[in-house]
Design a protein around this ligand. Structure first.
Ligand code: CTP
Length: 401
């Protein structure tokens, strides 16, 4: 299994003075978890919002704040930027964006930004009025033209209870952007569609037949594919945070998922069915709520279409078709049967009865099966690590053609 593209990378995390500075601490922790060496820099204003001790404790080294008398290095204005593999400014205030645009190097962060050849990600966070002000719009457009990566703010609740665009992007989205920049880019230009989550089949207006799938493994596959340069569509039944660079199509039932996947198969190269699709649905869903006083209802079930088998039957030669197999016994034999019956290029089999594996967990342990190849076992790992192994196999299949 290949390592995260952030492993061993030196990432400067610049934190400027906005209320969202507290989220930079979570971002720092996640970057460190992914194997990066995080060098934190805070502006004076940032220290009004969070303490350097807190950020330093969750980064890889103490926070640097000083251009003068910096205890870490005698020449901080160039050393930090020269040594970086990537610089992330999160949150980036209107003032820090303006300074960066002008090359106005009044503090350690701004010096670092203009003394680097590393890629830079700017993650703005400010009130909607400021984000939409022509000066900020113009500064952002100029930075973009220069090749700076902008992770746009989200819409939602802002400081003081205001609503609108300007909230710092989710740390997962910023992490995804970093992985995209530092990753191998071996799926550049490839279109990947992934299904995720469990389908919900209506019984009546309020009740559904559902399953335990959380969608986390499918989202991790989508995030990994996007990080490696693919154009990714996620057909999802759940509302997890959208990974960076991924387009989500929301569906609920097996029928809706089938329609979305069959349409996507026309113009996507790699199809991954990570969703847990209901095998049976109520033959008739009541339009209103079934009332208790009418007695115990009899729910007649009918089979749903096997979406993956249908995609396999109509598979193009250039498609890579990936399925999952959730098993509780005879893992490899059952998965091998599905691989052949559904005409797959790869099946990701997991024993969902094992501890820490499958539904709802953040970890998974899987066996990867390909036609004519020996099974490959991936021991208990994060779902993102498993996703990396799945995408490694997809790249391998494409390269072998
Ligand atoms: N799948 C599908 N449509 C269905 C059922 C399953 O597309 N109606 C896909 C799943 O997304 C998964 C693969 O088929 O990629 C295997 O799903 P799984 O539930 O493990 O197996 P089933 O084919 O449903 O067989 P069984 O229930 O007998 O294990």
């Amino acid at each position: 299994m290949s390592a995260s593209p952030l492993t061993g990378k030196r990432i400067v995390l610049g934190v400027t003075g906005g209320i969202a500075a507290y989220k930079a601490i979570e971002l720092s922790r996640r970057l460190v978890d992914a194997g990066a060496h995080v060098v934190p820099i805070m502006t004076d204003a940032a220290q009004h919002f969070v303490g350097a001790t807190t950020l330093g404790a969750l980064a890889s080294e103490p926070v640097q704040t000083e251009l003068w008398n910096n205890p870490t290095t005698p020449i901080p204005h160039t050393k930090v930027g020269q040594g970086a593999d990537l610089i992330i400014v999160a949150p980036a205030t209107a003032k820090s964006i303006a300074a960066y645009r002008m090359g106005y190097s009044h503090d350690l962060l701004q010096n670092t930004l203009i003394a680097t050849r590393a890629p830079v990600i700017v993650c703005p966070a400010m009130h909607t009025e400021m984000w939409e002000h022509p000066s900020v719009v113009d500064n952002i457009a100029t930075l973009r033209k220069r090749g700076v990566h902008i992770v746009e703010p989200e819409s939602g609740r802002l400081a003081g209870g205001d609503m609108g665009a300007g909230r710092l992007a989710d740390p997962a989205t910023i992490l995804g952007a970093a992985e995209r920049i530092l990753g191998p880019a071996d799926l550049t230009g490839v279109r990947v569609v992934v299904s995720a989550g469990g389908t919900r089949e209506p019984i009546d207006a309020v009740r559904v037949i559902a399953n335990r799938s959380s969608g986390k493994q499918g989202y991790a596959v989508a995030a990994e594919a996007a990080a490696r340069g693919a154009q990714v569509t996620l057909v999802s039944t759940v509302g997890l945070p959208t990974p960076a660079g991924v387009q989500v199509i929301a569906v609920e039932t097996a029928a809706e998922m089938q329609e979305a996947m069959e349409r996507a198969a026309i113009d996507h190269d790699v199809i991954v069915m990570a969703a847990a699709v209901a095998d049976f649905r109520p033959a008739h869903a009541a339009s209103g709520k079934i009332k208790k006083r009418d007695g115990v209802p009899e729910i007649v079930l009918q089979p749903t279409p096997d979406i993956l088998a249908g995609l396999g039957a109509n598979k193009r030669d250039d498609h890579v078709l990936v399925g999952f197999a959730a098993e509780t016994a005879n893992l490899v034999d059952n998965a091998q049967g599905k691989l052949e019956r559904k005409r797959l290029d790869l099946i990701v089999a997991n024993d969902v009865s094992a501890p820490g594996v499958g539904f709802a967990h953040d970890t998974n342990a899987v066996t990867l099966l390909r036609p004519g190849a020996k099974p490959v076992e991936i021991d208990l790992a994060t779902k993102r690590d498993v996703a990396r192994a799945v995408i490694d196999a997809v790249v391998d299949i494409r390269n072998a053609r």
